[in-house]
Design a protein around this ligand. Structure first.
Ligand SMILES: Cc1ncc(COP(=O)(O)O)c(C=O)c1O
Length: 398
């Protein structure tokens, strides 16, 4: 240790407030041999288009190498913003100019920035309960307070939202994941989406729509995004689940005043998104690979979801409830009276991992649920892992 190190180092209030994400901690044990992990939200590596990326990488390096290895603009690569604007219009009915888009280092960065630009420390925002644990970490990092609104099978419960707005009349925004929500797998119905927009408009509240999974639909029909119905919505997208999370590339589509604030905030965080990733993604989208890639991922994940649900039916006690997502990567499993936090240690001993439900509640304790990822494990692991969890449910006192 350096001679100059203080006897007791002091950290800021925010540094002391932040907690390691339950999922990051879990990824460490996930690498143990024989471990079956339904924990992290990892795409299946079999879905990565290695050959296409290798070819695009070589081509881009030859064609644009000097720009690709240079710093880029904070708002992102023009050609990528143009390609995304076109694609979002065709696929999502989102009509936005390329100048209404900013690239981000994954949508995780966007979540952090959104908390920062809209809310002062101590002010509150509304989220679904449960909600994505990375969002909870991002908002906590800015000392933003969260109020969770309960969900049912059709998404955020609108009566509960109205009640919450009586108690907390001035939230800085409402954050939702309408498609195949992380962690619940639930998709918000069209009626709920319309009602949410009405409530937001009546009360002058910004909506933040986080949509990493929308294009991974295996069943049922497409439901329009909130952004396509109201252009004032702040929309977060990412390449993580449809191409690769390793390229760390996300984007925000928003009105110009919001983009300007995000731009300034991003300059302080990381100057710009990786130009290497942007050149690759830009060529990937422009050359139409997305339409080849997404159906492959969907086929792979649909069959894994079906297998996991079939395994629940075979190996779980009958009083264990679970969602049946029409897309995405997660199933939410609940047993009344269970304590999945207490079960967790034994699960690690039995070499099967899940994420405890309590990690997804922004402002309350809830221990009855767990999140299971069905996309990462092999088919054999899915059956064996569910068997192990089934036994664990049988033997664990409630
Ligand atoms: C709802 C949601 N938002 C944001 C993210 C962050 O994704 P990334 O930073 O990889 O784009 C995730 C990742 O799992 C997610 O599930």
């Amino acid at each position: 240790m350096s001679m100059n190190a203080p006897a007791k180092r002091e950290f800021s209030k925010i540094a002391n407030l932040m907690r390691p994400s339950a999922i990051r901690l879990l990824l460490r044990v996930a690498n143990q041999p024989d471990m079956i992990s339904f924990g992290g939200g990892l795409p299946n590596p079999e879905s990565f288009p290695l050959d296409d990326i290798r070819r695009i990488f070589d081509e881009q390096l030859a064609k644009n190498g000097k720009k690709m290895l240079q710093y880029g603009a904070t708002e992102g690569l023009d050609s990528l913003n143009i390609a995304l604007s076109k694609r979002l219009k065709e696929k999502e009915g989102i009509v936005s100019e390329p100048t209404n888009i900013i690239e981000t280092t994954g949508s995780q960065e966007a979540l952090y920035m959104v908390g920062k630009i809209f809310a002062n420390p101590g002010e509150y925002v509304i989220t679904e309960a449960p909600t994505y644990t990375g969002t909870i970490s991002a908002f906590r990092g800015s000392e933003v307070k969260m109020v969770g609104v309960e969900m049912d099978h059709y998404g955020m419960n609108m009566d509960a939202l109205r009640q919450t707005l009586k108690n907390y009349p001035n939230p800085k925004f409402i954050y939702v994941i309408p498609n195949f929500q992380n962690p619940s797998g639930i998709t918000m119905s069209l009626e709920r989406r319309k009602e949410l927009l009405e409530i937001a408009n009546e009360n002058g509240i910004t909506i933040v729509e986080d949509d990493p999974y929308g294009s991974l639909r295996f069943a049922g029909s497409h439901i329009p995004s909130l952004k396509s119905m109201d252009n004032d919505v702040v929309y977060l997208g990412t390449f993580s689940k449809v191409l690769s999370p390793g390229i760390r590339l996300g984007y925000v589509v928003a009105p110009r005043d919001v983009i300007d604030k995000l731009n300034i905030t991003k300059q302080a965080l990381d100057l710009a998104t990786s130009t290497v990733s942007e050149y690759i993604a830009s060529a990937y989208v422009e050359e139409g690979f997305m339409d080849k890639q997404i159906p492959k991922i969907i086929d792979l994940y649909r069959q894994k979801r079906d297998l996991m649900i079939e395994s629940f039916e075979n190996y779980f006690p009958k009083d264990v409830e679970f969602t049946r997502p029409n897309g995405g990567m997660f199933i939410w499993v609940t047993r009344k009276g269970a304590n999945t936090d207490k079960m967790f240690e034994e699960a690690v001993r039995q070499k099967v991992l899940y994420v405890v439900g309590s990690a997804f509640y922004p402002d309350e304790d809830n221990h009855e649920s767990m999140r299971l990822n069905f996309t990462y494990s092999s088919n054999e692991q899915i059956v064996e892992g569910v068997k192990r969890l089934g036994k664990l449910f049988e033997v664990t006192a409630r």
